[in-house]
Design a protein around this ligand. Sequence first.
Ligand code: PHB
Length: 399
Amino acid sequence: MRQSAALPISRRGLAGLAAGAALAGAFPPRPALAQGAPLRVGLMLPFSGTFAALGENIAAAIELHLAERGGRMGGRAVQLIRLDDESNPANAVQNVNRLLGRERAEVLIGTVHSGVVMALVQAARERGVPLIIPNAGNASATRELCAPTIFRTSFTNWQPAYGMGLALGREGVRRAAWVTWDYAAGNEAGEGFREGLRASGGEVVRELKLPFPETNFQPLLAQIPGLEVQAVGSFFAGGGAVQFVREYAAAGLKERIPLTGSGFLTEGVLAAQGAAAEGIRTALHYGDGLDNPKNNAFRAAFRERTGREADVYAVQGYDAAQLLGIGMDAARGDVSAEREWVRAMRAARIDSPRGAFTLSPSHNPVQNIYLREARGGQNRVVGIAAEALADPGTGCRMA
Ligand code: PHB
């Protein structure tokens, strides 16, 4: 039984969960449905730190979709409760407890960082609280720790990097290096890159890493010329990606050894990267110039509302809100009607700006991974690296 005692979750419990252990009760119980009360949706996202811009775009796009629905889901007014998680795993458990306790959130949407998301996954598993992940690619959330109440509208870290590796091998790359932050996202993306490259005839001969969110890239960059590789793959995002791309170019590497990676490397940051990003190819489940009616309308509405251009983070947030709307409509706003909202969300076909997608049996998007090239401030789609790619979902057993 998932319903829990009103005890705070422990950090030791989180470590156990990461190792795949099943945990008993640690979060406050689900509040009873008050007649006519707004649906309280906790948004746990980074609004400060290296991923701040990512969290802001996710939140803005959720608000956009909610506004398009007249502020209601399943017949209830929706109240969004923002919490800045700072992409800091050390505070993750405490932040989730605050949303479920003092803030009385009935639904959770979050987060960006693959370590921080583990506390949300634990809450969803223990309490049956609906969780929609609008970014964090931690594979375990839709592999061994999958659960009926956990959904993702983004990707697994494996997906885009697998597509990039596949594309490079097909072009004849036999030796590549992988450069990243040393945490779940960077390491899982590295696995995807290695697998994709291997499937098309190449090898990752070296991994170079630094702790998240450090940006002391020089010692890593200094090693690259000696590796005799034909390409570099990478996972960085947000502020860290701006700096990495600029320093890679400044070190004189850009013209000698093509820099590639999961598309987060150049996503939402091209203006700040400037000429250093020009020509960089990456793989992602979104790209600029995808010419479908949903994307065109979404981009115009997002620009109108925020004064910013949409990016993949905005798309994922918008789709998280769409998915929640589908679930809550099916359950008539009653979060305790778990069977109804789970069934509707599992079967959903999301009309996404990235192109329509469905969810795999482990609740992760099945989606095209586009090959993109940065040109004139846009990540232009130049091909499809992997069509309708599903994460393998290894080890997922739905309760
Ligand atoms: C992650 O930690 O899972 C993560 C963070 C930023 C991204 C993508 C993935 O852009």
